[in-house]
Design a protein around this ligand. Structure first.
Ligand SMILES: Cc1ncc(COP(=O)(O)O)c(C=O)c1O
Length: 388
């Protein structure tokens, strides 16, 4: 007897991050593939969560999140972006940004609706849209600039267009969109009455004096944005999987209904730790950015010295290397496979972020690592280069 499963998931390969991390362990490689820091995160935030685990309640917290965390999220975004959010009707807590994305897409996309995705796209968006009977419509952002244009958006717009998933700062391209592009996007959303699910998990990881602008803060967008954040990225604690959703009351309410049957709630002690962390002084956020900017520069400079063409990273934990411009006429996936097996360094092929006709000459590297790991990674990438 052959069983049939939901084709959306049955046809999916294991994510490239899991594949590369597995090969990395198998070959004892330096893992510059999957995006997680190799520091432990702030002591005080972890201590607060540890105390809450022992002294606080470990029973189901409220479905929408602990009030102290929902208030902390609203206060945080008022402090950093001047957003005015009513924590009771506009903020809810999720188990990571991944759950927030799933809840938002489940709640907003009905069977037959279309959702616009910008490629390269983070890998969970398309399956999440398809799982609820929606159809992804892809807009390809052409390298090297990868700019959003009205023409490209209009080309995929129709009567069924319901939402767009907008990731800014962008993983894997490590781009921070310009004010002009945000305006193009906001105008298009308003013109076609489209809701923007804004994946802003990298909001605090922007470099060289850049400032993150939530799409929600643009004219006409407060009532049509679902803004998603992740404590994992803000506090270098990716295993915590604490996310948050901010939206107009009508949107927050429907996302909450999907969330109640996905995970219902999130570990209470971690929520307490994140509530404390979001209130930390501005200097924490500045220092964290400076720390990662230094790592970005170390990896970028080291790679350049070895003859790699590095595409400048404006934000996130990642840099991209253009293999073709580095004189390597080789497919990104082939480069990554040989690099992990024969040179002992794991990277991510950017072609994995495309559904069809991918860009095949770019690999993504994570710089959120200790200096010695970055230096060893550079050495091994130089070795990988010599294999071709
Ligand atoms: C663009 C983007 N969205 C969502 C996530 C997932 O966030 P979380 O770990 O909070 O689920 C990531 C993690 O790397 C990401 O890069």
């Amino acid at each position: 007897m052959t069983r049939s499963f939901n084709p959306v998931f049955a046809s999916l390969p294991t994510t490239i991050f899991t594949v590369m991390s597995g090969l990395s362990v198998e070959h004892g490689a330096i893992n510059l593939g999957q995006g997680f820091p190799d520091n432990e995160g702030p002591d005080d935030v972890r201590a607060r969560a540890a105390d809450a685990l022992m002294a606080g309640s470990n029973q189901y917290p409220p479905m929408l999140g602990l009030p102290e965390l929902r208030q902390a999220v609203a206060d945080h975004y008022r402090r950093f972006h001047g957003l005015e959010l009513d924590w009771k009707s506009q903020v809810l807590v999720t188990s990571g940004a991944t759950e927030a994305l799933a809840a938002a897409i489940m709640a907003l996309v009905a069977p037959g609706d279309e959702a616009v995705l910008l490629e390269p796209a983070y890998d969970c968006y398309a399956p999440q849209v398809r799982a609820v009977g929606g159809t992804p419509r892809f807009v390809r952002l052409e390298p090297p600039q990868r700019r959003i244009t009205t023409e490209a958006l209009e080309a995929v717009t129709g009567p069924k267009t319901k939402l767009i998933v907008f990731n800014n700062p962008q993983n894997p391209a490590a781009r921070v969109y310009s004010p002009e592009e945000l305006k193009v996007l906001a105008d298009w959303c308003v013109r076609h009455d489209v809701v923007a699910v804004c994946d802003e998990v990298w909001e605090h990881l922007v470099f060289d004096g850049r400032r993150h602008t939530p799409l929600m803060s643009l004219a006409g967008m407060a009532e049509r944005c679902v803004k998603i954040g992740s404590a994992g990225k803000i506090f270098s604690l990716t295993g915590w999987k604490v996310g948050f959703v901010c939206a107009a009351p009508e949107l927050a309410a429907i996302v909450g209904k999907a969330h109640q049957f996905l995970t219902f709630t999130t570990a209470p002690n971690l929520q307490t730790g994140v509530a404390y962390g979001l209130g930390k002084a501005d200097s924490y956020f500045q220092d964290m950015r400076a720390y990662y900017a230094r790592s970005r520069d170390r990896l970028t400079d080291g790679l350049k010295a070895e003859g790699f063409a590095v595409i400048p990273s404006e934000g996130t934990y990642f840099v991209n290397v253009d293999l073709a411009a580095s004189g390597l006429n080789i497919d990104d996936a082939a480069f990554c496979l040989r690099a992990v097996k024969e040179a002992g360094v794991a990277a991510i092929p950017v072609s994995a972020f495309y559904e069809s006709d991918p860009v095949r000459n770019v690999v993504r590297l994570c710089f959120a690592k200790r200096d010695q790991t970055i230096d060893a990674g550079i050495e091994r990438l130089a070795k990988a280069r010599r294999l071709f």
